[in-house]
Design a protein around this ligand. Structure first.
Ligand code: AKB
Length: 319
């Protein structure tokens, strides 16, 4: 049985990760933390919660000392587009928070997880079937943070024997919590707009392929990796993960199976398009499959059905 402390618990991944971990390991064994209070009716409020600014090392240590976790999942970070608008703040938050979290893991002997991203790749990385080990020269601040984070995970494992584990997440698609500030967010927005308005203007251009994954598969992957036998894990920096390589017209066609009148047009955002153009089209996930059994269940069509039905249900409750 694990006892887990999670930062960034109110973020896109954190929200669902906390719920899944509480279901698996018990409500009282999962401490959710974030910089702001959860809504009173949110699922996060059903178990232990503490306010934490991850750049505040003293407060982070106090919480670790009082909660006594054996596992630390560090999810708090700025996403790519937001980081690009404020790169110095991104460095302070993404790297400052990560260093505090890694240090807590080292000092208190905690198993450690933090996500990397396809953002850790750049324009000189092979674009198709991007290998696990390859050129990593990203051109965004987010990417710089992610490469440094991967190297730090590897370093803490080799130098201090911290049980660090990580994945390179693609765009994550969920109906529970809408993301904020990511380059891949169009692939979430499009579903909400399809149900609510029957049309969407994408800020990412057609023919821009990026890797994506349904959130349930992403959460399952975190749990599976954290439960895996450490002896079998060769890559301690971060594992490539993806379930589909898609571009906006493909999502449109999948949505039109259910909403034939759905219309997609484009209002391309130059900052996010430049980031997307610097990322791979599709990445190779064979190491994650071989070393710890990564096996996503959702492809584009299955995910589209679930997304549309769930958003329709949400709309009914709200109307
Ligand atoms: C983003 O778009 O910034 C994230 C990511 C792929 O890391 N969703």
């Amino acid at each position: 049985m694990k006892k887990i402390m999670i930062t960034g618990a109110l973020g896109q991944i954190g929200t669902e990760l906390v719920v899944k971990c509480r279901a698996l390991y018990g409500n009282d064994n999962v401490l959710a933390t974030d910089i702001r209070e959860p809504e009173a009716d949110s699922a996060i409020a059903n178990g232990p919660f503490e306010i934490l600014d991850v750049t505040d090392k003293t407060r982070m240590y106090e919480l670790v000392e009082s909660f006594k976790p054996d596992t630390f999942m560090h999810m708090a970070a700025l996403l790519s587009a937001t980081a690009e608008k404020n790169p110095l703040f991104a460095w302070d938050l993404n790297m400052g928070g990560l260093m505090n979290a890694l240090e807590a893991a080292r000092e208190f002997n905690l198993q450690f997880f933090t996500p990397s991203s396809i953002g850790a790749f750049g324009p000189s990385t092979p674009k198709v079937n991007t290998p696990q080990v390859t050129i990593q020269r990203p051109t965004s601040m987010y990417g710089v943070n992610k490469v440094a984070g991967e190297l730090l995970c590897q370093y803490y494992f080799e130098k201090f024997n911290v049980d660090t584990r990580s994945v390179r997440f693609p765009g994550l698609i969920s109906h529970i919590k809408e993301p904020g500030g990511g380059t891949t967010d169009y692939a979430v927005d499009i579903y909400f707009k399809a149900v609510r308005e029957g049309r969407y203007a994408s800020f990412i251009d057609k023919n821009t392929f990026m890797d994506m994954k349904y959130m349930e598969d992403a959460i399952d992957a975190i749990i599976q990796l954290m439960e895996a036998d450490g002896v079998k894990l060769i890559n301690r920096n971060a594992y490539n993960l993806s379930a589909m390589s898609i571009e906006p017209e493909m999502v449109k066609e999948a949505i039109q199976e259910y909403y034939p009148e759905f219309e997609l047009d484009y209002e391309v955002d130059s900052v996010r398009q430049a980031i997307a153009d610097s990322w791979p089209n599709s990445i190779d996930v064979s190491c994650a499959r071989a070393e710890w059994g990564f096996n996503p269940q959702y492809d584009l069509n299955k995910m589209t059905k679930v997304m549309l039905e769930a958003i329709e249900d949400k709309e009914k409750v709200q109307s």
